[in-house]
Design a protein around this ligand. Structure first.
Ligand code: PMP
Length: 444
């Protein structure tokens, strides 16, 4: 989604097309936290791609494990064979999930994981005689994926409006952007107030029509590492229980150690009913996603004729072998502890930059999922005029100086903000954090 403007050979003939006409240089190779382009220019991967390459690029042990798997079998269709790497990865992931979320369903990416969660929730409702429940409440702004179902719960008018009315059917509430509010309430009171908006929405929609609530534990692409007040989650869980509504956590970006815990929800001891994951679990080595669901949901669905859902490449042995090796490397390299420690350091440095540059506000995040807003006025937090294209400008300036950062402008429903995120691979060293901060300082 981040658009790096014409930094490459813009007139290179090509049959490929992406989101825009902008062209990037060809990538040549990558190692650790760096990528090199075709001209030999070295770039710091300050966003791990799109918060994907958690264990860093070019990890030998993962590549060797994938080669060993390639020599045995790369694909066997799930209706014909089961495979060992999928079994083992499911077992390892289940052990990391909270509560009784020990049923794992593999997919190939984040949108598919969210799609699977919505469809499992709906099939559970049908299997248990609750056919009237179909609405999935989500938040605006938010990002949950690009497929029709995941897009319907995504809160970003620039991505969804062309596909209306389909994308307007799902109700939205605001995320707790409590740090922006100008009132006399404490942070904790604000957390409760934002959570109560879920109850108000459920009542307005009719509780018997609401199936689930989906949210990221720490807001990612749309809100740049938005951390809720501590009071938010316990109240959300209570409201979901009160109206028998399923709680879906989208951990596609926050999972796999990114925030300094294996799951983002662990910071608050969250107990969702379904978790969607991708990105970091394959860490860029293979397309891989997973849905973890409670036995209570999966049982009735399988008993009532089966889960009417699945993707051809899901759970293929090569992707799962990569996922297993990624888990081993995360443990061996101490990625989660390093994400917490280097995240604290980088956040501290970002706060120091915000002291010096008045147009940076609301530094936030956990672990190595950090973000901040670009504002016109640090007191009022008034947004910069769209014509300034501040987010794009920052991306371009950093790109010229050899660093990739992730930045967006969010618009609509009363929200207007330029923001940016820093999210390097979890193997980053203190020295490399210093290198990132230097490039950012120069770009700012
Ligand atoms: N959910 C979240 C929270 C995401 O950040 C993303 C990707 N940015 C997705 C879902 C969709 O994942 P994918 O692009 O792999 O389909």
């Amino acid at each position: 989604m981040t658009q790096v403007s014409d930094a490459g050979e813009s007139r290179r003939p090509s049959n490929l097309f992406y989101m825009t006409r902008l062209r990037r240089p060809l990538v040549d190779r990558a190692e650790g936290i760096y990528l090199w382009d075709q001209n030999g220019k070295r770039m710091i991967d300050g966003s791990s791609g799109a918060m994907v390459v958690n264990i860093g690029h070019g990890n030998r042990n993962v590549l060797d494990a994938m080669k060993r798997q390639m020599d045995r079998v790369t694909f066997a269709y799930r209706l014909h064979f089961e495979n060992e790497p999928a079994e083992e990865l499911a077992r390892r992931l289940a052990a990391k999930m909270p509560g009784d979320l020990d049923r794992i369903f593999f997919v190939s990416g984040g949108s598919e994981a969210v799609e699977s969660a919505i469809k499992l929730a709906r099939q559970w409702a049908v299997a248990t005689g609750q056919e009237s429940r179909w609405k999935v409440i989500s938040r605006f702004p938010s990002y949950h994926g690009g497929t029709a179902g995941s897009l319907a719960v995504t809160g970003d008018l620039a991505l969804t409006e062309t596909f209306a009315p389909q994308t307007r059917t799902m109700p939205k509430i605001p995320p707790p952007t409590a740090y922006r509010d100008r009132d006399n309430l404490s942070m904790e009171q604000r957390g409760l107030r934002y959570a109560d908006m879920l109850e108000e929405k459920i009542l307005a929609e009719g509780p018997e029509s609401v199936l689930a609530f989906i949210m990221e534990p720490i807001g990612g692409a749309a809100t740049a590492a938005l951390v809720p007040p501590d009071s938010y989650f316990p109240r959300i869980r209570k409201i979901c229980d009160k109206y028998c509504i399923l709680l879906i956590h989208d951990e596609v970006m926050t999972g796999a150690g990114r925030t300094g815990k294996y799951l983002g929800g662990e910071h608050w001891n969250c107990r969702p009913d379904i978790i969607a994951m991708s990105k970091g679990i394959g860490s860029g080595y293979a397309p891989l996603g997973a849905m973890a669901a409670s036995r209570r949901l999966v049982g009735p669905v399988l008993d009532s004729g089966g889960f009417q859902h699945g993707y051809t490449y899901a759970g293929n042995p090569l992707s799962c072998a990569a996922g297993l090796a990624v888990l081993d490397e995360m443990e061996r390299l101490g990625c989660i502890a390093n994400a917490a420690a280097m995240g604290d350091l980088l956040k501290h440095e970002l706060e120091a930059l915000a002291e010096r540059y008045p147009f940076i506000a609301n530094v936030r995040g956990k672990g190595l999922l950090l973000g901040a807003d670009l504002v016109a006025n640090p007191e009022t937090l008034a947004p910069l005029p769209p014509a300034r294209k501040a987010n794009q400008r920052l991306v371009d300036l950093a790109y010229e100086r050899g660093m990739i950062i992730y930045s967006r402008r969010i618009r609509g429903d009363g929200v207007e903000a330029d923001n940016f995120m820093l999210a390097p691979p979890l193997i980053i060293t203190a020295e490399q954090v210093g290198e990132m901060v230097g490039v950012l300082d120069d770009s700012l």
